[in-house]
Write a protein that binds this ligand. Structure first.
Ligand SMILES: [Zn+2]
Length: 94
């Protein structure tokens, strides 16, 4: 699906709709010492008789496309999540 690169979206700072430029969102690296990461690691370790418990992980085939929108007036950024799963989401060049 093609998504327009420039959209009129609501800006919190300007309190109106402004023209916003969309960019692809890249998630950052997971912190190894974060509480959730340590908890997940701990839960995989323990089990009956030292045998690790592993639940079958079924990964979803698609992702909800996420973008970073930048305001053209005040250049503040916010996330745009399209609430529909799709295999491919491209920003249209036009
Ligand atoms: Zn703004």
């Amino acid at each position: 699906m093609e998504i327009p690169k420039e959209q009129m979206l609501y800006c919190k700072k300007c309190n109106t709709h402004t023209e916003m430029k969309l960019k692809a969102f890249k998630p950052g690296k997971a912190r190894t010492m974060a509480w959730g990461t340590r908890k997940n690691k701990r839960s995989q370790k323990d089990g009956y008789g030292g045998k690790a418990q592993f639940n079958a992980i079924v990964k979803k085939q698609t992702k909800k496309p996420t973008f970073v929108a930048e305001c053209s007036v005040c250049s503040s950024k916010r996330y745009i999540v399209i609430g529909k799963r799709m295999k491919k989401a491209e920003l249209s060049t036009a």
